[in-house]
Design a binder for this molecule. Sequence first.
Ligand code: KIV
Ligand code: ZN
Length: 517
Amino acid sequence: MATIKIFDTSLRDGEQSPGFSMTLGQKLRVARALAEMRVDIIEAGFPAASPGDFEAVQAVASEIQGPTIAALCRTVPRDIERSAAALEPAASKRIHTFIATSPIHRKEKLQMTRAQVIQRAVEGVTLARSFVEDVEFSAEDGIRTERDYLAEVLTAVIEAGATTVNIPDTVGYATPQEIRDLFAWLRDTVPGMERVTMSTHCHDDLGLAVANSLGAVEGGARQLECTLNGIGERAGNAALEEVVMALRTRADHYGLETNIDTRKLHNASHLLAAVTGNFVPRNKAVVGENAFAHESGIHQHGVLASRETYEIMKPEDVGVLKSQLVLGKHSGKAAVIDRARDMGFELEAHEVEDVMVRFKELADRKKRVFDSDLEAIITGKQAGTTGPWSLQWLSVVSRVSGEEDPTASLTLAHENGQTATQTGEGDGPVDAIVKALEAITGMEITVSNLAMRSISMGEDAQGESSMRAIIDGIEYSGHGLSTDIVAACAEALLEIVNRASRQSDRRGTREPESNAA
Ligand code: KIV
Ligand code: ZN
C-alpha cells in the first residue's frame, strides 16, 4: 500500500487562531506527542512572524527527533532566511514557502500581476533550496485560482526545485468532487508532478475539510495537512484524527496507509485540549467522550452481543481503553449486568429484577446513573457513603511559578476507626492529591480521564469532576461535586479509591487498612 504523509500544522495554523495560542513549553509538549504518534512532518511555526515564533521553531527543531520539522514563510528573502536560521538545529528540515495565486488575492492583497506572482514564487523556492533540500511551495487560495494559471505556477516552482507542492483550500470553498477532479487534472497535466509530492491543506468553513482532504487523496494527493482536533484559522483545518482514521478504517476504499500510531490519537487530542483550555466536544468524531459510548438499550444490547453492530473502529485502536456503556434511562438489563460485572458484582438471576426496578426509578430522576449509584442500588446502601475511606481534611497549594511543585495534604478516616495524613507533591494539584492518596492507601493510581465542568453560574457555581483511573488493572470511575473544583476532583478520586478498596475486599486481594496510621 502507498503511504500518505501526515503533515501536522497544529503549532502553526492551529496556534495562530484565536483561543489556541500556546507558550513555548506547551508547544514542546504537543510536539513531543506528535512525534510519539509518528506524524511525518511537524510545522512548528512562522519564524518571521515574531521572536516568540522563531524561538519556538528553534526549540522544536533542537529537541524533536523523528519527524521532519517545517517552518512557514512568505516568498520574501527575510522570511526565508529566518526560517532557515530557526530550523538550523533540526536533523530533518523543510522550508515551507507560500504566495497567494487566486485572482482576488493577486488583485486586492498583493496587487501583483500573474507574471509577478510566478517570478516571486520561483525566487522564493530557489532561495529556500539554497538552504535546504526539502522545500514545500503552497499556492495560497489555490482552489480559487484559474486552473491553467495554477498549473503554470506549479510547473515553474517544480522546475525551481520545490519537492512538495501544496494546493490549499484556504477559505474552505471546495466540494469533495471538485477537489478530486482538480488534483487528478494537475497530476496528469503539470510536467514533473510525478517527481514531487502533491499535498492538500483544507479549511473547514463549510464543514467539508475532512471530506475535501479525502477527495484530494482520491485525486492523487499524497500529503495531508491537518491539525489535532481540527484547530486552525476561522472554522479550522481538517482534523488529523479524522483523516487518519478514515484512511485506516476505509483502507478497503482508499488502498492507502499512514505512518501514524493511532493508539496515541486520544491522548494527543486531549493533551492539546488541556494545554489550550478548549475541551474536546463530547460528540467529536474519533476522540470525543461519546465516540465509543452507547446509552440506548438497543445499542447497548447490540454492542454487548457484538461490538461491530454499532462500532466501526476499535476504541483501543485510538487509545481509548474500551467502549463505554453510559447508564441512563434508556439502558437495558444487558448493560446494567455488564457494568455491575466490571465493578466486581456478579448479579444472580433472582437479583437482576429487583436491581432493574430500582435502577429505572433512579434513572427516571437522574440524567446519568453513575457507578456509585449503581453500587448503592446493588449493595442497598446510599450513594456516596459506601466507602471504607472518608475525607476529613484537604489542603492544596498550587504554584504558577517558582521551583516547587504543587502539594496536597489530606487526612482520611477509615471505617475501622483509624486516620491517616499524608502530603503528596505532583505536576499539578490533582496529581498531588493522587500522590497523597497513594501514600495513604498503598494503591497505585493511574488517572486515565479527567473532565471538569461548571454546572451552575455565579460566585457559588458548582464544579463537577468526572474521573476515571486504573488501579490493579481495573478502571474505575468517580464523580465529585463541589464549589471548589479541586475538592471535587479529590471527591472523585476518593470514590475511585473506595470502589477499588471494596473490589479488592470482595476478591480478598488487599488489606484495606495496610497504610493507615
Ligand atoms: O490556508 C492556507 O492557505 C495556509 C497556507 C499558508 C498553507 O495556511
Ligand atoms: Zn491554512
